[in-house]
Design a protein around this ligand. Structure first.
Ligand SMILES: Cc1ncc(COP(=O)(O)O)c(C=O)c1O
Length: 353
């Protein structure tokens, strides 16, 4: 009997949804293949697709942002780099600090972007997290006093699923006059994400986490003066992110965002129940398994489990019929660096999403 392959790696990527593919196809074919900067009818058709996607994304984010504030990028990584490096460059140009403060648990796209500033003559501040995995607010206060061009704290962590108090952090940054960026790649579609509740300057989303293709994402830029381009070319997208737009990808992202927003509440309920059941059965079978951050506020779609004395790579190899993410020694890698009090430091853990 053939085995059914189970895919448990949706935080890494998702397949393109049928509805998304259907929305994209006209923009790959003869009718709307034009360059959106061209004034003729082919260009106008492509431009119309982009404008509709911007409207869908602005609306899905709570309607508190203008469609013109949605800047398309090649994905979450580029959007994060644009927010962190672009904002630091803009601050430097205006005589401000050339320094970014980022949480210790950020995705590499943010951590490495902040680190890149040090090679450009700037500085990075890495904000530690506490035992429940949330950012130490005293450290944030210190960074704000010292002066930062931008603060970046992710909405939901991709390895463990911990939800950060981004509304409060954004408000603190706003009060200090410092732009706040949040990477919402793992939050959007999984928990309620509204810019009505979170007064951030920048927000990142990525298409391939929500059923759009890889290679498309967006940075919401609510203050154009707070960012400078990090790649240079024509004047597309207000010069913030020049280059001929990836029209089919943008249209796909717009459709995927619409669907994810409409389905979020039902998704969260269904997936949280599945996660709870999985964790319950796992603990019943393997009593010394550790569900990392089980006591913290977590997004429903990630569970991070450590089984003391078990090598997750070996476990994964034995369970070839499951596609699941395994993490290296002392994983998540930032956990030890950030001094989390989780028992799985020094052991291996596996992420199921
Ligand atoms: C939290 C987070 N930010 C950023 C990224 C990078 O996004 P992309 O793969 O679209 O570059 C990911 C992808 O894993 C992610 O999980």
């Amino acid at each position: 009997m053939s085995k059914r392959l189970v895919y448990l790696d949706n935080a890494a990527t998702t397949p393109v949804r049928e509805e998304v593919l259907e929305a994209m196809l006209p923009y790959l074919g003869k009718d709307a293949f034009g360059n959106p900067s061209s004034a003729h009818r082919f260009g106008r058709a492509a431009r119309a697709g982009i404008e509709e996607a911007k409207r869908s994304i602005a609306e899905a984010l709570g309607g508190a942002t203008e469609p013109s504030q949605v800047i398309f990028t090649s994905g979450g990584t580029e959007a994060d780099n644009l927010a962190v490096i672009g904002c630091a460059l803009a601050a430097r140009d205006h005589g401000g600090p050339f320094r970014a403060a980022v949480s210790a648990i950020e995705h590499k796209a943010v951590l490495a972007a902040a680190h890149a500033l040090t090679r450009l003559g700037g500085e990075e501040i890495v904000l530690p997290v506490n035992a429940s995995g949330t950012v130490e607010e005293d450290a944030l206060a210190e960074a704000l006093t010292r002066g930062a061009a931008v603060v970046s704290v992710m909405w939901v962590n991709n390895e463990v699923g911990v939800i950060q108090p981004v509304a409060r952090l954004a408000a603190r940054c706003r009060a200090a006059g410092v732009p706040f960026h949040t990477d919402a790649v793992q939050a959007f579609g999984k928990i309620p994400v509204s810019l009505r509740d979170v007064d951030c300057t920048f927000l990142t989303i990525s298409g391939h986490k929500i059923g759009a293709p890889k290679g498309i994402g967006a940075l919401v830029v609510r203050d154009r003066h707070a960012v400078e381009a990090i790649i240079h070319g024509g004047g597309q997208q207000f010069g913030i992110r020049p280059g001929t737009e990836n029209v089919p990808g943008i249209v796909g992202l717009g459709r995927a965002v619409e669907l994810a927003a409409a389905e979020q509440a039902e998704f969260a309920q269904r997936v949280a129940a599945l996660r709870d059941e999985l964790e319950r059965r796992l603990l019943a079978t393997v009593p010394d398994a550790v569900i990392n951050a089980w006591q913290a506020l977590r997004a429903p779609h990630v569970t991070n489990v450590a089984i003391p004395g078990t090598d997750s790579e070996a476990l994964r190899a034995r369970r070839a019929a499951r596609a699941q993410s395994s993490l290296r020694t002392c994983s998540p890698p930032w956990a030890c660096r950030a001094s989390w009090a989780w028992r799985r430091c020094g052991s291996r853990s596996a992420r199921t999403t």
